[in-house]
Structure formats: C-alpha cells, structure tokens
Design a protein around this ligand. Structure first.
Ligand SMILES: C[S@@+](CC[C@H](N)C(=O)[O-])C[C@H]1O[C@@H](n2cnc3c(N)ncnc32)[C@H](O)[C@@H]1O
Length: 183
C-alpha cells in the first residue's frame, strides 16, 4: 500500500511539473515577444500568395509556432525550404512531430532560437505574425536583410513605415515590406 501511494505521489508530482513546464513555455513568450496564435492554413495560403512565393524559394517564419505557415509553403507553394525560429519548446516539438507525420522533415526546419538574437539564414520570403512592439524591436534586423527580401507582416503594420504593398480587410490584414522600407 505504501509503495502504491509513493508511486501515485511521484506520478502526481511529474504531472504537475509537466503542466508547469507547458504553462511556463507559453507564458515566457509574453515577455520575449508575441503570444502563440496559430495561423489557419487558409490564411497562410493568402499570406504566401500575397508574398508571391514561387516554387524553389526559401521561406523564413519568425516565431514559427506549430509550423502552419512552413507546411503551407512547402506543400502548396512547393517552396524549396521553410525555416522557422521559435522560442517555445512545446511548439518546437509540435512542429517537428507534424513535419515527420507529413513527411516533410527534410524541407521544414524548426530552429530553437530567439528572433532578436539568432543569426538568420538567407530567405526569399520572411513571414511574421507578431505584435507591433515585437515588430518595432525586430525592425533593424529586418532592415539589414538583403534588399530583395519580401517581408510579410500578418495582422500588424510596422508603425511609421509605408509598406510596399498592403491589403487591409475585409478579413485579412497583410503588409509587404522591403528591407529598404525599414531603414
Ligand atoms: C502569433 S504566433 C505565430 C505563429 C506562426 N507564425 C503562425 O502564424 O502560425 C507568434 C509566435 O512567435 C513566438 N515567439 C514569440 N517571441 C519569440 C522570440 N523572441 N523568438 C522566437 N519566437 C518567438 C511565439 O512562441 C509564437 O509561437
């Protein structure tokens, strides 16, 4: 009986620690950038079409969540490679599992990293779905990208910058910037 109680106690403790880990993984993004709100595949499609993503191009999703935009890029637009930077370990694990299940692990890479400090690889299209304060902080890093990079912000305009192209409503707000717009 005592052994049973001990095992039960250990299991309960492990469960509590697991819940604490998951909750803190999501809470941490409130301090480091933007909270997780996934993009529906239909909206990811609109976003990538707005960017004019071509087969063979590379996409970089800054704050890639569970990988929705990356999967759409390689599966529907035949992007060569989609790379995501994500800070939340739970979402990174989800994105990696989803990539395996969809058999696109060789084309979709999720990197554990902070978008404010990690070095970015070259990309033709950079996608973001981040709150305005995060975009403001990210602006110098986006401005330093190669001039031909197409940067798409979903939902939020970068304060004080005129986008190269925009779509405001009826159901989607999309902004396309070139690095030179952000200098
Ligand atoms: C609104 S969600 C967008 C997720 C995904 N791009 C999509 O559209 O489905 C923002 C994501 O950015 C991540 N994030 C926030 N701050 C970050 C940081 N400093 N570095 C890396 N990722 C970050 C969050 O964990 C979250 O998954």
């Amino acid at each position: 009986m005592q052994t049973f109680m001990l095992i039960l106690l250990i299991l309960l403790l492990a469960l509590q620690l697991g819940i604490l880990f998951v909750l803190s993984s999501f809470a941490i993004t409130l301090f480091f950038g933007s909270p997780w709100v996934p993009t529906h595949p239909m909206r990811a499609r609109k976003m990538l079409a707005f960017a004019g993503l071509q087969p063979g191009e590379t996409v970089l999703d800054l704050g890639s969540g569970d990988g929705a935009i990356m999967f759409c890029a390689v599966e529907e637009f035949r992007a060569f490679h989609a790379i995501g930077y994500e800070i939340n370990p739970v979402l990174i694990a989800m994105a990696k599992i989803r990539a395996r299940l969809r058999k696109v692990s060789d084309q979709v890479t999720t990197v554990k990293g902070n978008i404010f400090t990690n070095k970015f690889p070259h990309a033709d299209v950079v996608t973001t779905f981040l709150i305005p304060s995060t975009m403001k902080k990210l602006r110098p890093r986006l401005a330093a990208m190669p001039p031909e990079t197409r940067i798409i912000s979903r939902g939020f305009k970068i304060t004080g910058v005129t986008p190269t192209k925009q779509q405001e409503g009826p159901d989607e707000w999309l902004y396309l910037y070139k690095p030179d717009d952000l200098k």
